[in-house]
Design a binder for this molecule. Structure first.
Ligand code: MD3
Ligand code: FE
Length: 206
């Protein structure tokens, strides 16, 4: 039996881990509604490579990548329609987690959703498409565990953190500009989510 969430664990200046913050099985219907309306898809980088994770969004805008570059767009290019809105159930969790780490009144306008299968990864990158870098990013992991790595300098040493089902990480301050990524997902089978990992990042892009 996993212990209930106690208090945030500060891993670095601007980075907090809230272990087992969410009972993720309660999110499955809501997540299914989003992914039915806007199915996750492998986007292309501006350099023509196919990304490993499958991506979709909820919110007033969503993150997209294609030959024109990275940007936030009010429409899902695959459906031509607006992205599904962020469910209240989700934004409530994000705001609560942000408040626990000192970011009051966090009102995300994007929930970027990454779906990983076994072997999927995310190479080192910086997130810099959001307008206001004083706003935190709240990350929620579901399903299979993953090794998250980050470094503050481009060629500096990496630190690693294991992320498990239900874990939230809040990134703010100096951590907003770190290089980070996800190592290839190891084989496994999660009771609720099967051989899949999902990551939801709540952001203020506009
Ligand atoms: C630190 N996602 O979507 S979440 C991404 O698990 C992304 O899918 C990973 O990196 C995932 O861009 C990692 C943790 C995360 C997300 C965004 C950040 C850490 C961050 C932005 C700035 C700094
Ligand atoms: Fe990122």
């Amino acid at each position: 039996m996993r212990l209930p969430f106690d208090s945030p664990d500060q891993l670095a200046d601007g980075m907090w881990l809230l272990p087992r913050f969410v009972e993720t099985h309660k999110l499955s219907e809501t997540l299914h509604d989003i992914t039915s309306a806007s199915p996750p898809r492998q986007m292309r980088t501006p350099w023509g490579k196919t990304m490993s994770a499958y991506i979709t969004n909820a919110g007033a805008v969503g993150w997209v990548s294609d030959h024109n570059g990275y940007r936030y767009s009010p429409h899902d290019p695959a459906t031509g329609k607006p992205w599904p809105s962020i469910p209240h159930q989700f934004s409530k969790i994000a705001a609560k987690a942000a408040a626990q780490t000192g970011f009051d009144n966090f009102t995300p306008d994007v929930c970027l959703i990454n779906r990983y299968c076994v072997g999927s990864q995310m190479r080192a990158h910086k997130d810099k498409d959001e307008r206001d870098e004083t706003q935190p990013i709240v990350s929620l992991s579901l399903g299979l565990p993953a090794t998250f790595f980050f470094r503050l300098e481009k060629n500096g040493p990496s630190q690693k953190v294991q992320l498990h089902d239900g874990d939230i990480v809040v990134f703010g301050g100096p951590m907003r500009r770190c290089y980070h990524g996800i190592k290839p997902i190891a084989p496994g089978n999660h009771q609720v989510w099967g051989s899949t990992r999902w990551n939801l990042t709540f952001r203020k892009a506009l």
